[in-house]
Design a protein around this ligand. Structure first.
Ligand code: 13P
Length: 289
C-alpha cells in the first residue's frame, strides 16, 4: 500500500459520512508520527505540504519518505500539495509522486480561476491525481499567502455549481467562514451556505482552517459533506510548544532525542484528537501497527 489518490479516499469518506484529516507536515519526522497516529487509530489520513515546505525539503524527498511511511504503517495515505499558485510547482510535485494537488487561483476573477484549474485537471486526471480548487477567499495566513479579514470572501453556491461543471474538479474548497491560523474569537461558520453548496455540487468539499474550530462545528461541517478537514497550526503549535517547554525546564539540554520525543508525543496526541473529531477512527484495518 503506497500513496493513494485522494479522490477515491474522499469520495468513500463522504459516502460513509466521516471526514479525513489532512495534516500539514513540516519535517520528515512529522510524516512518520502523523502516520503512526493514523495507524494506531485505524484511520486513513492525508499528508499535505505547503509550497514553502516543498522548497525547504524537496518534493521528491517528501514523496519518497511519505511512500516509505505509508508502506510501513499500512493505512490509506494521500500526499497533497497545499495552496499552490504555480503550475510548474504542481507539475514537479506530480512528477515526484504527490497524489493530490491544489491549484489556488482564488485570488483571480472567476473565469481565470476556472481556466487555471482546468489546465491542472487536464494533466492530473490523466495520471489519477486528485485536484482541489478554492472558491471565495479563506482569510488568515498560510505560508506566504496572506488574506486580511476584510478581504476574506465566502463562496457563492451558484458559482460553486458552475465551477465544478466547467472544470470537472474532483474536490472543492469553498470559503465558508473559517480562516487559517488561530481565531481571535469563535469562528462564524456559515452552515447554511455549506448545505446549499453541498446540494448543488456532488464532489467532496474541503474545510480549510481546521485549527481551533470547535469540535461540534467540525462534525457539523463533515455531516454536511466537508470530507477533507485541513489542520496545520494546532499541530505545529503542539510540537513547538513541547520543545519550548523542554528548554524552559532544561536550558542546558543538548540531546535532540530528548526534546524531539516530547514534541512527537504532544503532536501525535493532537493528531489523534483531530482524527477522532472527524469520525475516521476504526474505518480501516492496517496490517501492521
Ligand atoms: P489551520 O492552520 O488553521 O489549521 O489551517 C490549515 C489549512 O487550511 C491548510 O490549508
Amino acid at each position: 500500500m503506497g500513496l493513494q489518490s485522494t479522490t477515491p479516499m474522499l469520495k468513500k469518506a463522504k459516502a460513509n459520512k466521516h471526514g479525513i484529516v489532512a495534516f500539514n507536515v513540516h519535517s520528515f519526522d512529522s510524516i512518520f508520527w502523523v502516520l503512526e497516529a493514523a495507524a494506531e487509530l485505524k484511520s486513513p489520513v492525508i499528508l499535505q505540504t505547503t509550497v514553502g515546505t516543498v522548497k525547504s525539503l524537496g518534493a521528491k524527498n517528501i514523496a519518497e519518505v511519505a511512500k516509505a511511511a505509508a508502506e510501513h504503517y499500512q493505512v490509506p495515505t494521500g500526499l497533497h500539495l497545499d495552496h499552490c499558485t504555480d503550475f510548474e510547482v504542481i507539475k514537479d510535485a506530480i512528477r515526484a509522486g504527490y497524489t493530490s494537488v491544489m491549484m489556488d487561483a482564488s485570488m483571480h476573477p472567476f473565469a481565470e480561476n476556472v481556466a487555471r484549474t482546468k489546465e491542472v485537471v487536464a494533466l492530473a486526471s490523466s495520471l489519477g491525481v486528485n485536484v482541489e480548487a478554492e472558491l471565495g477567499k479563506v482569510g488568515g495566513v498560510e505560508d506566504d499567502i496572506v488574506v486580511d479579514e476584510a478581504d476574506a470572501q465566502k463562496a457563492i453556491p451558484e458559482e460553486c455549481r458552475q465551477f465544478v461543471e466547467e472544470t470537472d474538479v474532483p474536490t472543492l474548497a469553498p470559503a465558508i467562514g473559517t480562516a487559517h491560523g488561530i481565531y481571535k474569537g469563535k469562528p462564524e461558520i456559515d452552515f447554511e451556505r455549506i448545505a446549499k453548496i453541498a446540494e448543488m455540487v456532488d464532489v467532496p468539499l474541503v474545510l480549510h482552517g481546521g485549527s481551533a474550530v470547535p469540535e461540534e462545528d467540525v462534525r457539523r461541517c463533515v455531516a454536511l459533506g466537508m470530507a477533507k478537514v485541513n489542520v496545520s497550526t494546532e499541530l505545529k503549535n503542539a510540537y513547538s510548544e513541547a520543545i519550548r517547554d523542554h528548554f524552559a525546564n532544561e536550558p542546558d539540554s543538548l540531546d535532540p532525542r530528548a526534546y524531539l520525543q516530547k514534541a512527537k508525543e504532544a503532536a501525535k496526541e493532537m493528531a489523534k484528537s483531530k482524527i477522532r473529531m472527524v469520525g475516521s477512527e476504526n474505518t480501516v484495518v492496517p496490517a501492521f501497527v
